[in-house]
Design a binder for this molecule. Sequence first.
Ligand SMILES: [Zn+2]
Length: 61
Amino acid sequence: MRLFECATLVPGCQWHTRADEESEVVRRAVEHMRQAHGETIIRENMVDNIKARIREEDRAA
Ligand SMILES: [Zn+2]
């Protein structure tokens, strides 16, 4: 699972999402950014910023 925590971009925000596919995590994160934090902070490099902060969530096999 891939995990993105909004607080890595927006300090104090408790929102997070996880999904099997990185692209799905990015999609949800961008949607959250628009809805919760406003269009103004969406920049061309937002997707890169999100991707850079997605981490693999370890699961015991
Ligand atoms: Zn947020």
